[in-house]
Design a protein around this ligand. Structure first.
Ligand SMILES: [Zn+2]
Length: 99
């Protein structure tokens, strides 16, 4: 994980974000949940490709907005986010220890 610290994320309510190949965290010492969440996104990018990931991510977000969802609703409705939020932290911890 190519990690960077970015203090400009916090005012936007963002704890972490993958701007491939970088992972930016608002905190110098992010929680394990936040790290695992971003790890899932890295795995998704590896699985679907950089272009495939960002294209589908933005398509689903804007589709949600067009349907009248709020920003938060559209964000939570993105399939990649659903997968990342439902990820099993213990399983991710095990996989990371194998790398
Ligand atoms: Zn996410």
């Amino acid at each position: 994980m190519n990690v960077r610290n970015c203090r400009f994320l916090k005012p936007f309510g963002i704890n972490g974000i993958v701007l491939y190949p970088f992972v930016l965290f608002a905190d110098k010492h992010p929680s394990e949940d936040v790290v695992c969440h971003e790890q899932v996104h890295l795995d998704q990018i590896k699985r679907d490709g950089v272009l495939g990931f960002y294209t589908r991510y933005l398509k689903e977000y804007f589709a949600g907005r067009r349907m009248g969802m709020t920003h938060d609703q559209a964000y939570r409705n993105i399939s990649y986010e659903k997968e990342a939020y439902s990820a099993d932290v213990a399983e991710l911890r095990r996989r990371r220890s194998m790398i």
